[in-house]
Design a protein around this ligand. Sequence first.
Ligand SMILES: Nc1ncnc2c1ncn2[C@@H]1O[C@H](COP(=O)(O)OP(=O)(O)OP(=O)(O)O)[C@@H](O)[C@H]1O
Length: 593
Amino acid sequence: MISNLKVNFYYFRFFYRYLKLKIILISIVSLMVGLLDGIGLAMFIPLIQLAFGIDSNNKYQDRISNFILENFHLEIDLLSVFLVIVILFSIKAIFKFLESFLRVHYQQIFMRKVRFENIDLLSEFDYQKFVVTEAGKIQNNLSSEVNRLSIAFRLYFKTIQISILVIVYLGLAVFTDWRFTILVVLGGVIMNFVFLIFYKRTKYFSKKFSSESNVFQGLLMQKINNFQYLKATGLNRSFGKQLKSKIFDIEAFQKKLGIVEASLGALREPFAIAIVSISILIYSKFIADDIASIILSLLLLYRCLTYFLAMQEQWNLFLGVSGSLNAVNDFNSMLIKNKDSSGENKFKGLKNSLNLRNVDFGYHNGNPVLKNINLSISKNEILAIVGESGSGKTTLMNIIAGILKPSQGEYLVDNYNFGGIEAESFKRRLGYIVQNPVIFNDTIFNNISCWLPKTSENLDKFWKAAKKASIYNYIQSLPDKENTLLGYNGINISGGQKQRFSIARELFKDSEILFMDEATSNLDSETEFEIHNNIKNLKGEYTIVLIAHRLATVKSADRIVVLNNGHIEDIGTYNYLIENCSEFKRMVNLQML
Ligand SMILES: Nc1ncnc2c1ncn2[C@@H]1O[C@H](COP(=O)(O)OP(=O)(O)OP(=O)(O)O)[C@@H](O)[C@H]1O
């Protein structure tokens, strides 16, 4: 019982977090609907009595209509009773409309808030945590589970609204004849205990449904992301089999949910009829034979019971999707717990240098990846990082870019601790060109401008960036030029072109610190030469941190950092390192340059 209350309070708190006092307002409106309906219903007793001339003493036998007629000093005749009924049901109709309207309106507000919150939280999600979080879980929670949550909202509020009606009818029934009411309520309580077993099963299957959907979405994403590979290697079908088997698992839980819901639906009515019949028998045999109150009580209790059954049905349907509420809430808490930390001070541009002091770093598994890194990058310097695969180049670059935080030591931007800088203002000045360039399924213009309006000023900037990234001629050769669609993940263009597009995007952004990870690994020698000429042309204008496996491409750097197994082996110009760093010399020899 207590744990049930706790769970219900958990659901309530979840919705209250987004809607606050709106929940109270919607409850008040439902209360009005119930009160107006119940009182209106009670007025039928004097109406019948007057119409059939049953009562001769101007005294009506049910307490509700007596209360209304006496307190409002109404004439006790057929017309005024009739008018009262019409007025009550008309006002009820207005509240009923308001009730449905508010539910839909608040549902929209609620969903918007949840979606916006998730989008913001995901933007601020800590990178280190992101890489160890199942992609399917993120995808499923942000799409399917949020959609199920919308259904959960509707069902939850329907349940609340209906339960208010149940309470109102019950109250009115108690007011009319408390003994008969107690008999029916006792029956209802017994019935509820029987149904608790069904509710438990529904909740369990709903949770299983959510977790299986997470796995399914993860598999689906992998299939889409690795489509080319799976197709080429013929693994497409066997991967498809995995997806199909997950569909069977999901179906199985859906079916079980359906069976529980169907059983509940079928059992409710016979149970209810039995309760009412037994109550009438007991009442007439052992308690009293007050026909007028029992008729009104029956009317009210019948409505109460109908709503009670509807409430149970809605509640069970809600439990069927309540897994989504747990899933979204857990996902939300995880995002909140792993929010990127950000300082207060706005970054207004690099003045002198970026500095790492005695920096150590390890991922979640604890293995040290970087050890005692001391490095200073001057404004407008081109710094290249080289080293064997796995030596920590990307990790080091991600620390300088602020995506990863040092486990030990300090990262200073112009002598200010990085932690004190507002993350967003720093990121706005960063350009990041990754190993697998990010291409959106959109036009070339939107891919480079990141959805800025196509004004002549932006268009001018766009072509300048395209020229700098050596992609100008290619765009001009296309029939639709900058309006050409690039396809999902740039499926229509080559690896080299993808990289040039992403370079153009960063140059468009007016970034002042550029990070390039293997930016030239997929380019043919001619384009590579061109890009490196362009990088040289950027010299003095941008601070560039560059990772390259092909050592010829780092010749244009001012300094090169040689990383070896997580520590800095040496730093210097290309010529200095050839002379003084055996590790660098070995790497160059290996590449036979
Ligand atoms: N998310 C992660 N979780 C745990 N360990 C990681 C993670 N990313 C990288 N590592 C480990 O950290 C070490 C350094 O990886 P990093 O990617 O920085 O090397 P790299 O020099 O850039 O390699 P490559 O040239 O192959 O890209 C490797 O041992 C790698 O396995």
